[in-house]
Design a protein around this ligand. Structure first.
Ligand code: PLP
Length: 361
């Protein structure tokens, strides 16, 4: 059977991308290793420490601890688990903005914590006021999203961190997708000056590593101890990860991608993605679609479901937001030529022409 997708030239929906060539090569070399058993596989265990240290550089979290997880879902579940273990509330709650990823629902289900969803503001970001309304003395964790899955929005991280501190809760930032573009995006803070306790950042998304390579970072090593269970038959005595056997390929590819791309390669990629998203938003607006202006490089627009289906039939891999908008993620494999061809197809399918052309008739 052939791998899917064969090529990425019509994939506009995915948050994953073609692995960087160095990442692909490293993944193959480490295919048969298991970082879950560092006594047997010490080389990949060393690489994992290197991965965590590089993720600290990318996120400007000084000297973090953590590990390479199976993805953002596992990292988010583990962050909720740390907070639950820390809390002495009878029924701990976790406050997540409405833009939070559905993995927090899985976490709440698994861990028996109450999930409180705080409404977002007019720009689809967490509303600090609304988050304030949700927290109480049983709040174990406040979550901020730095690069939301649907619209690429960045929450007011320092303000949310302050709410968490005032509530005596931990503060988690979900930068699963946004983590590798945030260092280059315009914003008045970085993670070094916000009180972030735990963070999710996925090398297998914008980091251009092979799947599976997610990341969980914690500011203080002792937070990981909350996750540790005894491991009688391994050389090491405790394990903090959720899964046992893990992908050495993911770990090695994450390191290879970051060594190849941090910081200049990621900076250049961010600039390409940003320019593509701005171009696409402009082109869709010219065709008179309602566009959600991108902040990080994800574009959403109000395209009818008929047009959406017709585009899918042309082979475009597309996805929709919860509100039904068409959503395009400007990943590294998404080129300007691809977007031009996509916009041409959309114009043909909907019989729309861009405003300047229309004026020529
Ligand atoms: C993709 C994503 C996740 C989930 O990550 P997986 O690697 O798919 O498990 C979590 N949070 C955000 C913000 C995401 O974009």
């Amino acid at each position: 059977m052939q791998a899917e997708p064969q090529a990425f030239d019509r994939v506009l929906s995915s948050m994953c991308t073609k692995p960087h060539p160095a990442a692909r090569e490293a993944a193959e070399r480490f295919l048969a290793t298991n970082p879950g058993d560092p006594g047997t596989y010490p080389a990949v265990a060393e690489l994992e420490a290197r991965a965590v240290s590089l993720l600290g550089e990318v996120t400007a979290l000084p000297d973090p601890s953590g590990y390479v997880a199976s993805g953002g879902t596992e990292a988010n579940i583990q962050a909720v688990r740390i907070a639950r273990e820390r809390s002495d509330a009878r029924r701990p709650n976790v406050v997540v903005p409405g833009s939070g990823h559905f993995s927090f629902r899985k976490a709440a289900d698994l861990l028996g914590v109450e999930l409180r969803i705080a409404p977002t503001d007019d720009d689809r970001r967490a509303d600090a006021e609304a988050v304030c309304q949700c927290v109480d003395d049983e709040t174990a964790l406040v979550v901020g999203v730095a690069g939301s899955t649907e619209y690429g929005r960045v929450d007011p991280i320092p303000a949310l961190g302050e709410i968490a501190r005032d509530t005596d809760a931990l503060f988690h930032v979900d930068a699963a997708w946004g983590g590798f573009v945030l260092p280059f995006a315009d914003r008045p803070w970085n993670f070094a000056d916000a009180p972030v306790d735990t963070m999710t950042i996925d090398p297998h998304k914008m980091g251009q590593a092979a799947v599976p390579a997610g990341g969980l970072l914690v500011r203080d090593e002792r937070l990981l101890d909350e996750l540790a269970v005894d491991t009688p038959y391994l050389e090491t005595t405790a394990q903090a990860t959720l899964t046992g056997t893990r992908s050495g390929a993911g770990v090695a590819s994450a390191v290879a991608a970051m060594e190849a791309l941090w910081p200049a390669g990621y900076a250049a990629q961010y600039e390409r993605s940003r320019a593509n998203a701005a171009w696409l938003a402009g082109a869709l607006a010219d065709l008179s679609f309602d566009v959600v202006e991108p902040t990080l490089p994800i574009v959403a627009a109000d395209v009818s479901s008929g047009a959406f289906e017709a585009l899918r039939n042309e082979g475009w891999r597309l996805s929709r937001t919860g509100a039904g908008e068409l959503r395009v993620v400007c990943m590294p494999h998404v080129s300007r030529a691809m977007l031009e061809s996509f916009v041409d197809d959309l114009a043909a399918i909907t019989g729309r022409a861009s405003a300047p052309l229309a004026n020529d008739h």
